[in-house]
Design a protein around this ligand. Structure first.
Ligand SMILES: NC(=O)c1ccc[n+]([C@@H]2O[C@H](COP(=O)([O-])OP(=O)(O)OC[C@H]3O[C@@H](n4cnc5c(N)ncnc54)[C@H](OP(=O)(O)O)[C@@H]3O)[C@@H](O)[C@H]2O)c1
Length: 293
């Protein structure tokens, strides 16, 4: 197999590149300066030149609040670029594997979301992600869409380093006690991608949409408490900046009760068992303190 990774500097993309390297699989992961996914000509040229058998898209516009101010940019990256990518992959006979999100759901269900649940995205970012998914379904039948939970890692901005930064700066953070989700270490998502790539490489007909999320589900406030406890083993941090509220008191786009995803289909299809996020968090915390961030 030969793999093109888009977004190889991101949380998941970076880890995927490490695994591909360890497995001696030929891959290319252009930086954004070499490939802006919104540049259709650049996309065409790189696919044409490198001729991958599979393209993994780990890139994306992801700021919930900024997306409301700059919807055109958000849709250009998360929907229009994906449409062009899906067309190119289909025309060139390449399989497209795409990272997506729990955000396609409105968060009102009381159980974890399954792949059969109807999306109902709220806000610009969520709509752009859902419409990006739809472009892939309409244009490139040989695809995998992997929706994942709250991604955490020792890189880039995510719930772990956001909380740590706020605690260190004594900046108040507001978290909800009744908002549930699945922290999902990026390293585990990358391993899931690798398993899927191997199966696709053996011509397994497993195309479609899947969910993957770390076990177990946890409330936002409890997760912040665990982050605090883990970090307190390395440094003294103030706890009084964490303000616990109920979801209704959060700003509109964050006021969702349920970000949970069910892992049944990925288990049934690929035999992938979701891993507990707590062991991943311990590794992330160790790495953050080792690298002094
Ligand atoms: N974070 C979460 O909790 C979460 C949860 C579920 C799903 N997801 C989905 O996963 C995807 C990636 O999220 P992430 O958390 O891994 O993000 P991330 O760590 O911020 O990585 C985003 C990646 O996208 C690249 N990128 C952004 N705009 C680009 C463009 N125009 N052209 C080429 N590359 C571009 C970035 O490149 P630079 O390094 O140059 O910025 C970076 O490599 C998103 O689509 C998101 O919806 C995220």
């Amino acid at each position: 197999m030969k793999v093109l990774v888009i977004g190889g500097s991101g949380q998941t993309g970076h880890r995927l590149c490490e695994i591909l390297r360890q497995n001696e699989i030929e891959f290319l992961a252009p930086a954004r300066s070499e490939l802006d996914i919104a540049d259709a000509q650049a996309l065409h040229d790189i696919l044409n030149e490198f001729q991958p058998s599979m393209v993994v898209n780990c890139s994306g516009y992801r700021s919930l609040s900024r997306a409301e101010q700059e919807p055109s940019l958000c849709f250009a990256i998360n929907r229009d670029a994906i449409a062009a990518l899906a067309d190119l992959c289909h025309a060139m006979g390449m399989i497209l594997i795409h990272l997506s999100s729990y955000l396609v759901f409105d968060g009102s269900k009381s159980e974890p979301y399954t792949e059969e649940d109807e999306p109902n995205p709220q806000g610009v970012l969520a709509c752009s992600i859902w419409q990006g998914e739809q472009q892939i379904r309409d244009r490139c039948p040989r695809h995998i869409i992997l929706r994942v939970g709250w991604v955490i890692s020792a890189r880039r901005e995510n719930m772990v380093n956001r909380t740590l930064t706020a605690l260190r700066l004594h900046k108040p953070i507001t978290v909800a006690s009744d908002k549930l989700g699945n922290p999902t270490p990026a390293e585990n998502v990358a391993k899931v991608f690798m398993t899927i790539l191997y199966q696709l490489d053996c011509d397994a007909q497993v195309f479609g949409t899947y969910h993957y999320a770390g076990v177990e589900a946890v409330s936002e406030s409890k997760f912040n408490e665990v982050i605090y406890n883990e970090a307190s083993q390395f440094e003294d941090l103030p706890i009084n900046c964490i303000k616990v509220v109920e979801t209704e008191q959060l700003e509109r786009l964050r006021a969702r009760r349920n970000d949970r995803l069910a892992n049944r289909k990925i288990l049934r299809t690929f035999g992938i068992h979701a891993k507990p996020w707590r062991t991943g968090l311990v590794r992330i915390m160790k790495k953050l303190y080792e690298q002094g961030s």
